[in-house]
Design a protein around this ligand. Sequence first.
Ligand code: COA
Length: 565
Amino acid sequence: MRILLLSHAFNSLTQRLFVELRAAGHAVSVEFDINDDVSREAVALFAPDLIVAPFLKRAIPADIWQRHTCLIVHPGIRGDRGPSALDWAVLDDAATWGVTVLQAEAEMDAGPVWSWREFPMRDATKASLYRNEVTAAAVAAVADAVERCAAGGFAPTPLDPQDPAIHGRLRPLMRQADRAIDWARDDTATVLRKIRCGDGFPGVRDTLAGRELFLYDAHAEAVLSGAPGELLARCGGAVCRATVDGAVWIGHLRDKHAGSDFKLPATHILGPAADALPEIVADGESGYRDLWYVEAGDVGYLHFPFYNGAMGTAQCERLLAAYRAARARDTRVIVLMGGPDFWSNGMHLNLIEAADSPADESWRNINAIDDLAREIIETDSQLTVAALHGNAGAGGVFLARAADQVWARDGVILNPHYKDMGNLYGSEYWTYLLPRYAGSDNAERIVRARLPMGVDEARALGLVDAVLDAAPTAFSAAVERRAADLARAPGFDAQLGDKQRQRRADEAQRPLTAYRDDELQRMRLNFYGFDPSYHVARYNFVGKVPKSRTPLTIAQHRRVSSPTD
Ligand code: COA
């Protein structure tokens, strides 16, 4: 079928549907919902059999849904309506939630139902639930709906509010007043729900150190406590604030009134008010942990759930130190676990944007990430694994490929390209790693396509070695079993020997330094050259400036030449 994805942005769910529907053999094109005439033009150009709207902020024009079957993916259970579906589910502590695929009609989210899925809720941010449970449910429900549409003759079920199986209802837009934290009354669980239901967007407006700020990235503290609302301590980039029955860590803040109206580590935004707090070091029980090491048998695991997968200079340096310590241990395998939502998205564009000299900070950040990549590539004492529980993008994909093996959870999406960030050339030794694992022809094709990639395609192209078909909650256990097997495999010594030989041969053919020097020469131009494209693209990305047109890489209907050009 010809399927047009009409979406506010090419967000994670839209990317996943794009990948899955293409893999299922459909011709898929994407148009951003910029204005009604642009949508009409896209429909006229692509002549779709079906329009799927995974992420819309406005209604589809009536003349489009009256002439074409338009399926809306609503992140809510049947009967639920309104723009804050998942926000309410998190705030209300719903035990189960769901996704409904319904036909577009005059009233938003009220059309007949084509398919639906439900799932148990998890204590997590709205964004994490969206990227995991909601996305998995949406993929399954859209697959059902597409099949029904292709088969023909299917009559979607009109919503019957009297049906006892329908539990959803119309909910209004969630306002800041609904999210507001009452520090004198709210317990830790309530504070966490209030922050998580607006994380990643819009955050909870609050007053902190006398300033109006938006709160994100909250975690319960197990030991510290104090007068409700009081700031108690700092740890890494986070600050700890007392609730009535304990305390929470707040990792990230946004200051709407500052020049930089985007998320940054809390201590960065609070400045002297955070510096004045007592500093604590995180351990397994207390503190804000974004980097830790555990060992089980012959395997060492490094966890680094950096917020949004963004890796700033200091984070790369800390990770490098932790990695070196892991290398020095008497283990046989090191597994780089990343975090549950993202493995890595490369350099920390927000910190770069906020720096006095974004060019200098970009340079420091890319060198810090390259140092880490090099250490991984040159590890000759252990076999290394990158275990992708969550997605990876740009430099994060190549950092993962620096490991000997890449294992990815089924459903993970990779974006192995940099050019969308203002023609950024990229580093992380990608010019060595990509051809080595994917072959030169594929490497060139991947770079040119600038498309998201599912795990099956990534495996066929050598970017992933194994796909683990595990639910998000079962992934870590599946990785542990596999890593223990790898460490005990009879062929372990031979594998390690092959790896050392291969590295020596590669180094003799072209030293790693030469790849890095060439990449960084190009990056230097991106950062310091006359063409400001990277700085403009980063400014737009960080400030969430909406795109004014759909990139031709995904708007197939607007291309005049072949999709691989
Ligand atoms: N630095 C800082 N923040 C980043 C980031 C980065 N490198 N990559 C992603 N984020 C943030 C986004 O701003 C967003 O923030 P939010 O919580 O305020 O919404 C969040 O992470 C999720 O990213 P989003 O873009 O919404 O996810 P996606 O699944 O739609 O797209 C990517 C994934 C990787 C395609 C996209 O995030 C991206 O292009 N990131 C930049 C990658 C890059 O160019 N890195 C630098 C070169 S190494």
